[in-house]
Design a protein around this ligand. Structure first.
Ligand code: M6R
Length: 357
């Protein structure tokens, strides 16, 4: 049940530190080392390219997974929407390996791709929260998310769980390949768990921010670059689906190529800055929208912060920042929906699991 929470979404946001810890535990052996079915790793190592296929929030998690897999394993990785891939299949490499991301394991758009992949005889892995689900049964391999039942239609803890499991998959694949390890994932995920906790402790800040800037606004934009661009795709999906505010996540550098025309007086623009390579450029873009009248809110990571920022995130490993930067955006979506009087857990027109193509 929801316990003392008014909505499942609030409860599921709060569960994320525990989910991170549970994932570490479930993927550790008795010696405390990360471990998973070596056949999965062998199959990935035998491939020349990884294709991640998913919908919605799982698709957004896929982009973070691409970054993790490419940076850690050096295996080229593509991310595709199931509903596009199945009907307009790109030219595949000789030895593709497919990863299906699906919280429910029942999404019809993803299943129709898996059916084709099986017909072609290619190896596949499903990351899912539901053991025994269709995508889990029909793929060659399964890795579980251990996030516990996700009831709210808006996915929160499954997103962070998918990224955490992909970070473990990436590290173990790199190890199996004999590459130097990019990070001690179990240790870094434990740091992430504490960082998420401290952001959740500040939830009133995001409630206030929602009340002041989003509860009556007609539209809102998120901007970011690189890993922060991948994150703002999810931030905007979350906000639009529960609050019904017209929201888009943009690559900050693309603003001047058209999007900036949408900025009016007081348009809320939230910038996410966690990557030091692009921090200066994104901050510059935030200043450009301020000079067009936007209401700018910058959420930055400790070490990249400036006095103007609305919130400073605790520092975590650079490949894992979305696990922490997503939390304010989940809370902003939740409070905006709540204060607009929406049914937070059951947004209009949406189903938890989409079982038609
Ligand atoms: O169960 P799945 O992960 O396959 O679901 C995919 C999407 O339908 C799902 O993420 C959807 O976009 C959520 N409403 C997002 O919050």
């Amino acid at each position: 049940g929801k316990g003392t929470y008014p909505y499942y979404m609030a409860k599921e946001i709060d569960e994320q530190p525990a989910v991170m810890r549970k994932i570490i535990q479930n993927y550790q052996n008795e010696q405390g080392e990360l471990e998973m079915d070596p056949e999965i790793l062998d199959s990935i190592l035998a491939s020349d390219r990884i294709y991640i296929v998913a919908c919605g929030t799982s698709y957004n998690a896929g982009w973070v997974g691409k970054q993790l897999l490419e940076k850690t394993t050096n295996i080229p990785t593509e991310v595709h929407l199931s509903s596009e891939f199945g009907y307009n299949m790109p030219l595949l490499t000789e030895k593709p390996f497919f990863i299906f991301l699906s919280q429910s394991g029942e999404t019809a758009d993803s299943r129709q791709v898996l059916v084709q992949v099986n017909e072609m005889g290619y190896p596949s892995l499903t990351l899912t929260n539901v053991p025994g689900s269709t995508l889990s049964r029909e793929a060659q391999f399964t890795l579980l998310l251990y996030a516990g039942p996700e009831i709210a239609v808006a996915s929160t803890k499954a997103y962070t769980a998918q990224i955490a499991v992909m970070s473990i998959l990436a590290e173990l694949t790199a190890k199996a390949k004999g590459l130097p390890v990019e990070m001690d994932v179990a240790h870094e995920l434990a740091i992430v768990a504490s960082a998420i906790e401290s952001v959740i402790d500040d939830k009133e800040i995001f409630e206030q921010l929602s009340l002041t800037h989003l509860s009556t606004s007609r539209n809102a934009f998120y901007i970011g670059r690189g890993i922060d661009y991948y994150l703002v795709m999810e931030a905007s999906l979350k906000l639009k689906e529960v609050s019904y505010v017209q929201t888009e996540g943009f690559a900050a550098g693309e603003l001047k190529h058209g999007t900036i025309a949408l900025i009016e007086d007081n348009t809320p623009v939230i910038s996410i800055i966690t990557d030091k390579k692009t921090a200066g450029h994104t901050r510059g873009n935030a200043h450009e929208v301020i000079s067009r009248g936007a209401h700018s809110m910058i959420i930055s990571m400790d070490g990249l912060n400036q006095p103007e920022d609305a919130y400073v995130l605790p520092k975590v490993h650079e490949l894992l920042t979305p696990l922490v930067s997503v939390i304010p955006t989940q809370l902003i979506a939740y409070y905006t929906s709540l204060h607009r009087g929406n049914d937070v857990d059951k947004p209009r027109n949406l189903a938890k699991s989409v079982t038609v193509e």
